[in-house]
Design a protein. Structure first.
Length: 418
């Protein structure tokens, strides 16, 4: 457990930048700053101070000191931030000097925020929001985390709690003084108050940005019939041989996934078994509660194929975006059309794979024909030559941002714990 009486220090800036930020908080923060910073801070109560910092007994460099005194600081204790333009070696030297000369220790992970929480500067939801800001992968996640950091959830819940306690106290007072003629709170008034409180709670849940789906990385599934080029596409986008590539059908049976970093987002990209037109033994799921309508599935299939199909359907059912692959080099797309009709999700994009196997003159003709068959425009791609992959990445990025449907109006952000 952290000792709140310790003075702690840590580098608060990301590595590799020109500017380093060293943060100190604790009982001897001001004392340390008085000894290592010039000019003397004795006449400064708080704020921004330009000067220089002593790295050791022989070196001083220009720096800016941001000083926040208790209780008006992030942690509730005295806080100092030293901003300096220096190499990582110089920064490490300053940290070593502080550790060996003064009564300080290196801060543990999240300890500055932990102190802010323990000192009552922020509530638990705000402490969680700090972490979500750090790990957010796109602007939508960052905006949701910032909304949570504002602390409106705590304020709203405190107001509702106060209203409940007021109502309860009046009801108890009425019971304690039931022999009196004066009525503290009538039954009708109590019911009206409680209905209002319930309505506010319901509105909180309904209108809030429930961002469990926002804070987790979105899932993007690559699907299609067997041997449609799904595994090659996955490997190319991830930049690693994550999935086995073979000309044999049904090579992929498991759901294989990897993290894909895009321009604005990160997502989990996965490849699963090719969808079959006649898998046996798939679970019956109501069409209004599933991505897929599996009515009409019948025939013989091995137990491994059935399990692979179940895993594929379950993974795609929970995905944010589905990429449907169609081999453009084929002559017959009947099986592809049948499988495509099984997919009911609106958030789907169709791509034409293996474009390197088709001549440029024939490419436009085939794309036009596929567009008519699937009633959608297909993006031409090739995992072998890289054709269309950059455009595919941009399209995935755009669709993920659009899918969040993040409310820009004021509200309260909730996480799964709430």
């Amino acid at each position: 457990m952290y000792n709140l009486n310790d003075t702690i220090v840590a580098v608060s800036s990301p590595g590799g930048g020109a500017r380093s930020i060293i943060r100190i908080t604790g009982p001897v923060t001001v004392e340390i700053c008085e000894k290592i910073f010039r000019p003397t801070i004795a006449h400064f109560r708080a704020g921004l101070i330009n000067g220089c910092v002593a790295i050791d007994n022989e070196m001083e460099i220009d720096a800016v000191l941001y000083l926040s005194l208790t209780p008006r600081s992030y942690t509730g204790d005295d806080v100092a931030e030293i901003h300096l333009y220096a190499s990582a070696i110089v920064t490490e030297k300053l940290i070593d000097n502080l550790l060996t000369t003064y009564k300080v220790r290196i801060a543990g992970p999240g300890e500055f925020t932990a102190r802010a929480y323990l000192n009552g500067k922020i509530d638990l939801a705000q402490a969680e929001a700090v972490n979500e800001i750090i790990v957010s992968s796109n602007a939508v996640q960052l905006a949701a985390a910032q909304k949570l950091l504002e602390g409106r959830l705590g304020l709203t819940m405190e107001m509702l709690r106060s209203a409940i306690l007021d109502c309860l106290s009046l009801l108890e007072a009425g019971l304690d003084f039931s022999d009196q003629k004066n009525e503290f709170l009538s039954v009708e008034a109590a019911i009206e108050r409680l209905i209002g409180i319930k309505a506010n709670l319901s509105r909180l849940l309904h209108e809030s940005d429930r961002w469990t789906s926002v804070i987790d990385l979105p899932a993007v599934g690559i699907t299609g019939i067997p041997n449609a080029g799904k595994s090659s596409l996955l490997n190319k986008l991830l930049g690693t041989e994550r999935s086995i590539v073979s000309h044999e059908r049904k090579t992929t049976r498991d759901v294989l996934a990897g993290e894909l970093a895009l321009r604005y987002c990160r997502c989990v990209l996965f490849d699963c078994a090719g969808l079959l037109t006649q898998p046996e033994g798939l679970p019956a799921v109501p069409s209004n509660d599933s991505l897929f309508s599996i009515a009409g599935y019948s025939g013989q299939a091995g137990i491994l194929d059935r399990l692979a199909q179940q895993a594929a359907f379950e993974a795609l059912r929970n995905s944010t975006l589905v990429i449907f692959c169609v081999d453009i080099s084929k002559e017959d797309w009947t099986e592809d059309i049948t499988v495509r009709r099984l997919i009911e999700t609106k958030n789907i994009m169709l791509i034409a794979t293996k474009c390197d196997l088709v001549s440029k003159d024939n490419m436009a003709v085939r794309l036009h024909k596929l567009g008519e068959l699937f009633s959608a425009k297909l993006l031409p791609t090739s995992a072998k030559t890289g054709i269309g992959l950059e455009r595919l990445r941009d399209t995935i990025d755009k669709k993920l941002i659009e899918n969040y449907e993040f409310s820009q109006v004021s509200g309260v952000a909730l996480t799964a714990r709430h």
